[in-house]
Design a protein around this ligand. Sequence first.
Ligand code: GLU
Length: 375
Amino acid sequence: MDERPRVRFAPSPTGYLHVGNARTALFNWLFARRYGGRFVLRIEDTDRERTSAAFEEEILQSLRWLSLDWDEGPGEGGPSGPYRQSERMAIYGPYLDRLVREGRAYPCYCTDDELEAERAALVQRKQMPRYLGRCRDLSASERLDREKQGRKAAWRFRVDEGIIEFNDLIRGPVRFDGRAMGDFIIVRSNGIPAYNFAAVVDDHLMNISHVIRGEDHLSNTALQVMIYGSFRWAPPRFAHHSLILGEDRSKLGKRHGSVSVREFRDRGYLPEALVNYLALLGSSFEGGQEICSREEMVSRFSLDRSGKSGAVFDEEKLNWVNGVYLRDADPARLYEAALPFLEKAGVEPATLGRERLMEILDTLRFNLRTLSDVE
Ligand code: GLU
């Protein structure tokens, strides 16, 4: 790689850190460490209703617990800050103005009810739901009329009819048909930028060289590529990895069982085991190796290996990996990690003493799959 990459992990603090997102963070972290680059953490907290400071703190804690340290971001600072979108609101306005001036964005006065009716009609006709452009070509006086009615404008990006194409580092060339997309909202009527717009402005201003994220964002990338084009900015390289699936091969979700890093932590998994498992998922390390140190993971990381097809989350396998890490853990490390679980089981460390407990754990370790088993 000729230049040192800059990658980012950009969670929305609307819930706990899902293992799928933790895997995305891990891939970005490994990529940055592998090529001597920078790993940026950006908090995408523009959705005021669903976002909370508690979830942000929870995500930061989970990343720290996994030892996925960031070089720039909340708590670290850095030259491209602030790193919370809610603190960047003043930045986006001039970029919207530029798109409006250049005719690439226009105000849309449609109400939610009107949009819903349009959507329902398209679905009924078995057509792809999309915005059909009712406000696309309004005259100045038509706009004024709507404003007089008290309607507040959202801002839409004017999508061209052509093909949108980009080269994905994992899946090769990807194409989308502009006609199927419809003009999309880039700034909502409350003035808050929508994800696709804020992400492009931020990725550009933060000099992000590679965007590594789940394949559920492929269609967003098509929209983002159009926004880059309209600013005449060179887009970053994109890499969309496969998602973690449940046993029924649908996207891993709550109905499949534990999905957040917090749950695995509370159930007695070691962070190094969870990281190893997430790195292993969907493939194995070179030569079929399954247990790999952090240093080896870094030196062997390749985006290709993260694969094109989804990987089924296999808790049995995770238990096995965790068992290996528990078996091989340094006694002091095992003691520290087991302490909360011992306390939960009613063992008073002060009574038995550290040395004695370490001895007990040393004999138990061969039978542990998770730290909860000490109970
Ligand atoms: N905030 C988005 C999410 O959590 C970020 C996606 C991206 O990496 O661009 O899904």
